[in-house]
Design a protein around this ligand. Structure first.
Ligand code: NAP
Length: 342
């Protein structure tokens, strides 16, 4: 028997569009493999919504990706002016809410309110937006538990890998330490500085030209994004940290002279996030590591994390984000929810 899963996508920027494309391409295969038919019934950006209660077909999903930014309210005849979650939910009756609004760490909005709304309506949530989990992890998880809905967030940390799922599955382990290269933009800039022998500003300009760095790169280069990821990890391990408790060193302070000196001595400079789980302390530091270290081989937009427990050591290497990878993580979470509840 085919199970229909109706999803609403809140935030239709680069990840929302990548998700719509992947669903258009893989919807039939997923249906054949798992008996689950994913219907996108609503898409929302900051200005409006496109709503279709029986789901957009593959062609419509691809056409939706062609609307300009802030333009889903132009997608006739399904367009709705303005954002109204009551209208969205009442007219589409979704099973899963996908939260893809920007990660905003001072208020957590609109992500926190959107996720709480979904939970209160008894709707499962998949989020790539980190901020609600960074600021309100416990509150969100306990409300979800009391309402019997799932919150999944594989896309938030090392989104191109099943890192979060694995960390959650290590139930018998005593996790002692987690360390890693958690931010693709910073790692790309440092790699460019080593390989092209350019200074920080030049490497940043190259990263911006390639779309690897945002116009405002501070969240990435100053370590806020990596700290946010470590806060999510710390909550999974039930040793919750606050983002402001994490000491951060910015890669903007690394000079070309530092790089040249390090390389001459047989080292590579990396930005590494450390979490001493037992001691309950985390930091993001600019460190010199030997060229032979595994982390020295993780370059460009690749990320890597080492988990050390009382039983073993596990290393994940993969893409931290990117449209297609993040979209697959989100879709995997949706399929897991559908399989669990069918
Ligand atoms: N990019 C990655 O590789 C990556 C990887 C992992 C996680 N993430 C996280 O995933 C989320 C989405 O990332 P992105 O790169 O797709 O961001 P983005 O391109 O900036 O898109 C954000 C979307 O959210 C919409 N939005 C903003 N405020 C809204 C509101 N009040 N109500 C409804 N929609 C609103 C924006 O609308 P407009 O189009 O009208 O501006 C836009 O469509 C972020 O939280 C990010 O941190 C991203």
């Amino acid at each position: 028997m085919i199970k229909r899963i109706k999803i609403v996508v809140i935030g239709f920027g680069s990840i929302g569009r990548a998700l719509a494309k992947v669903i258009a391409l893989k919807r039939k295969t997923i249906n054949n493999k798992y008996g689950i038919l994913i219907d996108v019934v609503g898409v929302v950006d900051s200005k409006g919504m496109a709503l279709k209660a029986d789901g957009f077909d593959e062609y419509e999903l691809l056409k939706l990706c062609e609307v300009p930014r802030s333009g889903v309210n132009l997608f006739k005849p399904y367009a709705y002016q303005g954002v109204d979650l009551d209208v969205l939910y009442n007219s589409t009756q979704p099973d899963v809410h996908i939260e893809l609004t920007p990660s905003e760490y001072s208020s957590g909005e609109p992500g926190i309110s959107n996720i709480i709304y979904a939970i209160n309506r008894g709707v499962h949530v998949v989020t790539a937006n980190k901020a609600p989990l960074v600021l309100k992890y416990r509150e969100i998880m306990s409300s979800a538990l009391s309402k019997g809905v799932e919150i999944r967030f594989r896309a938030t940390v090392l989104g191109g890998t099943p890192f979060i799922d694995t960390l959650m599955s290590l139930r018998s382990h005593d996790i002692e330490r987690i360390e890693g290269i958690l931010n693709a933009t910073s790692n790309f800039i440092l790699t460019e500085m080593h390989e092209k022998l350019v200074d920080f500003n030049e490497a940043l300009r190259m990263a911006q030209a390639l779309g690897v760095a945002e116009a405002n790169p501070t969240l990435d280069v100053d370590g806020v994004d990596a700290a946010a990821k470590m806060v999510i990890i710390s909550n999974i391990l039930e040793k919750p940290l606050k983002i402001e408790e994490i000491y951060r060193e910015s890669i903007s302070r690394v000079t070309l002279r530092d790089i040249i000196d390090a390389v001459r001595q047989g080292y590579i400079i990396k930005s590494i996030t450390f979490f001493d789980v037992r001691g309950g302390k985390a930091s993001i530091k600019i460190v010199k590591i030997p060229k032979s270290d595994l982390f020295a081989q993780i370059n460009g937009i690749m990320n890597g994390v080492r988990i050390r427990s009382d039983a073993t050591e596990i290393v994940f290497i993969g893409r931290g984000g990117g449209g297609i990878e993040t979209a697959h993580s989100i879709l995997d979470d949706v399929i897991s929810i559908a399989l669990h509840y069918s």
